[in-house]
Each structure stands twice: as structure tokens, then as C-alpha cells.
Design a binder for this molecule. Sequence first.
Ligand code: CP
Length: 325
Amino acid sequence: MAEIEQVPHILSAKQFDTDQLGDLFERTDFMADKMRNSEPIDCPRRLGRNAVATVFYEPSTRTRLSFEAAAQYLGLPILSTENAGEFSSAVKGESVEDTVHTIGRYAANGAIVMRHKEEGALEHAAAAGSEIGVPIINAGDGEGEHPTQGQLDLYTIKKELGTTEGLNVVIGGDLVKGRTARSLAILLSLYKDNHVTFVSLPELRIGDDIKHHLAETGTSYEETEDMYTALKDADVVYWTRLQLERHDDEEKGKEGICLERNYVIDQAAIQTMEDDAILLHPLPRNNEISRSVDHTRQAKYFNQVENGLYVRMALLDKLLRAADE
Ligand code: CP
């Protein structure tokens, strides 16, 4: 089958530039205003089989439900398999490519939002999507990336601080397995004068590929195990959980890999931060942010969750329009 050119897949944070993100965030503001004011959203869209399919081979609360809510609020039908590894025909050995070709018959004018535990699976899905003209959105691929999470994280930074430039951003926790930190670091590298401080145990450090990317783009960064010193100068603190499901049993058993030992954001940690700094987390959290700080002025992670809905409404809207161009 001939490949259909320029299917607007969303696979990596690296595919975006500041103009595209600016347009996306403008549309996100539009969606947020409409939703908060309970106003109708006039979004001319493709007709016919315009469903949004959510195909998740890994668990999710926010990503799947926000994409599904976004589709519903835009008036698009939803096709969903929330545990595709068990409840789809993947169990019977069906490939990702055949799954995409099948869903494409029901959602030819829509999009497929996919999360997969294996890095690279989304590229296979996108190759199949290109054959039939259906965009694939990466909703998290193994230890790779989670680009739409990076977008909503960046949008939240912009909304809360009024800028995405000249920021001291502390990214901490499990950076070796956490894909959201990777996508956010890539997006931050698009803007001038950002400085990223990665805080983690040595065995949880962010991958060399991300460090190379920051170096290549002229984005300054450092790595430290000292959370308290890093928090003092931060404009943004982006904290992440230990990705237990991605560490093997031997690693989990190590005392040293326990984030609770040194890396809990509690009242003492919050008091180290500036009053106008913000604390973000992609969620879910375990114990690495104490619930006792949820009502501090710095805690913005539930704003981040809500922003995810508006960003994904804007993304779907732009994606389905672009597919027509
Ligand atoms: N942030 C995020 O990806 O959350 P879920 O795993 O609940 O989708």
C-alpha cells in the first residue's frame, strides 16, 4: 500500500518548535475559556468516521480519561480499550500494525491515542497509521517519551509563571525510567536561558541521550543528589515517582533506590522553595510528595491535571483539522 504523506502523528517532543507550541497553547486557552464559561465550542471537523480511539497497553487514569473527555467535549465518538494487553486481540497474537489497520476502519477520519509498554511500538503503530492516513498519538511508550504530558507540563508552567524562558527548572525523582521528565526536558530546551537541575540517586539519573540533546541545543544543566540545595533556587520543581513497574525485583530490593529516603517533598522541603515557585508532578504519586503540601501555594499538580484536558482538546482539534489540509 502506498504511504500517505504527512500524517500528523505525535510521537516525540522533538517534533515541535516554539511556533507550533505557541499555536497549541493559544488554542488551549480558547478551549479552557469555553469550558470554564460553559460555552459551546464551534469546531468544524471532519465528518464520517471521526472517532478518537484510546488503545492502552499500560494502565492510565489521566491520559486516557482526559483524551476521552476531550473527544467527548469536542463532539467526537470514542473507541476505547483500557487494558489492550489483556482485553484486545493482542492476547491472541495480533500485531500493533494489524490493530491500527483494524481501528482505522472505524476511525478513518479520527485519531488513535496509544500507550505501550515497549519503546518502539509507537513507531510501528505510526508506520501503519501512515499507510491508512490515521494519526497516532503517543500516550507513553515504555521508558521513551510522553510528549503530550510534556506539552501540558509546559503549558502549566506558562500559565503559572507567565513565561517558558529564563527558568531554573528542577526535575527530580526516577529519571532513568520516567518518560515524562524526558519529554519536558526536550521541550524546555526550545526556549532560551532555561537551566535544568536533575535531582536523583546515581542509579536513577536521566539518560545520556537527553543530556546530549540539552548540550546540543545549548541548554545548561547539572546533576545532583542534593534536593534541598536545588530547591532553593528553583522557579519550577517537577517531581516524579519511582517507576516501580519498570524496575526489576533486584533493583526494587535495593535500599538505595528508595526515593522515600531522601527525596520527599514535605513541609520542610516546601519551605525551602521560594513562595512564587511552583511544584508540579505528572501524577500518579506515591509518597514522594506529601499530601500535607497539597494546599500550599506552590502545589499546582491538580491544575496541571485540568490543563491536560484543555491541551488535549486543543491537540485533537488541531490534529483533525491538519489532517484535512
Ligand atoms: N501523567 C500520566 O501519564 O498519568 P496516567 O498514567 O494516569 O495517564
